[in-house]
Ligand binder design. Structure first.
Ligand code: ATP
Ligand code: ZN
Length: 285
């Protein structure tokens, strides 16, 4: 039986989380990412460890069938691959930043400026769309030091907290794109491999749903049950069970964690008691 080949980042910000996701999908992977490749013992998948920059090319050329990498690399490399789904980690933005003492008005600031970046293609597309005339200085890394050493006037780079920019005397003035880790696939996948991918995607969906949602249990006076249910959109509708104590019910449902914080005060005002929020291990919808 053939195996689905997945490319993940060898070592870097996405490596750990990519493997965690596969493990949460119940896929056993031996611990060594020192190797170029490893095979799962309980799922028909082979894992290739590569530099993230190379993943689009390997997937386009069928060396790997699928891959996990930052969407920013997918845009930059512009290879013939299909983005299958976002994975909810590795979130960052691609932004333009300038020396912090500079006065920034609007995008026209960048006209005739020299911008250092490791993402020349994304930057070029953006500048063309915005009709900006800029000089792009492509460099391999440590972009944030380019203005300080006189290599460029400003930079276009990945930002997550902004602390690296601050340390280098820069300020973020324009977000160009928001990126996160995505799963990509080769344009041509055999039927057999597509079936394995479908199975993997089903598991990823279950893992991701379970992370976003919590199981909620609470006790409520019977006269408030209707109103409380209207606050709790469950998978279908909440389960309501009578409590041993006359006039009270127990309500069970599934709720998004951020939604819970929005409605907690209303639940308490309606008389809800003994509220429990429980993590969900897997959720199949
Ligand atoms: P490689 O050796 O594989 O080429 P790299 O140095 O290009 O590694 P990393 O710095 O590990 O890559 O980042 C990988 C991806 O993580 C980025 O392409 C981006 O999608 C995402 N990411 C999330 N937050 C950040 C951040 N603060 N800085 C850089 N990348 C980030
Ligand atoms: Zn890289």
């Amino acid at each position: 039986m053939s195996k689905l080949k997945i490319a993940v980042q060898k070592s870097g910000r996405l490596s750990g989380k990519s493997l965690d996701l596969l493990r949460e999908c119940g896929i056993k992977i031996s611990n060594s990412n020192q190797k170029l490749m490893t095979v799962s013992s309980n799922f028909p998948i082979e894992i290739l460890f590569l530099r993230d920059d190379d993943i689009p090319q390997y997937v386009e050329q069928n060396v790997a069938d699928i891959g996990i990498l930052g969407e920013n690399e997918v845009w930059e490399k512009n290879r013939k691959v299909t983005t299958v789904r976002k994975l909810g980690f590795g979130n960052c933005r691609l932004s333009l930043a300038i020396p912090k003492e500079e006065n920034y008005t609007d995008l026209t600031y960048f006209n005739h400026k020299k911008i250092a970046t490791t993402y020349p293609n994304i930057l070029r597309d953006f500048c063309t769309k915005k009709q900006l005339e800029v000089e792009i200085e492509e460099i391999g890394g440590s972009v944030e030091i380019a203005p300080g050493i006189g290599l460029a006037n400003c930079i276009f780079d990945i930002v997550s907290t902004g602390s690296t920019l601050l340390m280098n005397g820069l300020k973020e003035v324009q977000t160009v794109a928001q990126s996160e880790a995505v799963l990509i696939k080769t344009p041509e996948l055999s039927e057999e491999k597509q079936a394995i991918l479908t199975q993997l995607l089903f598991r990823i969906q279950a893992v991701m749903y379970s992370k976003e949602n919590k199981y909620i249990l609470l006790n409520a006076p019977n006269n408030a049950v209707k109103q409380i249910i209207s606050l709790l959109p469950g998978m279908k509708s909440p389960t309501v069970l009578p409590l041993a104590e006359e006039g009270w019910s127990s309500i069970h449902s599934v709720i998004k964690e951020d939604k819970f914080w929005e409605i907690i005060d209303q639940l308490q005002d309606l008389g809800a008691q003994g509220i429990l929020i429980i993590p969900i291990e897997k959720m199949i919808t």
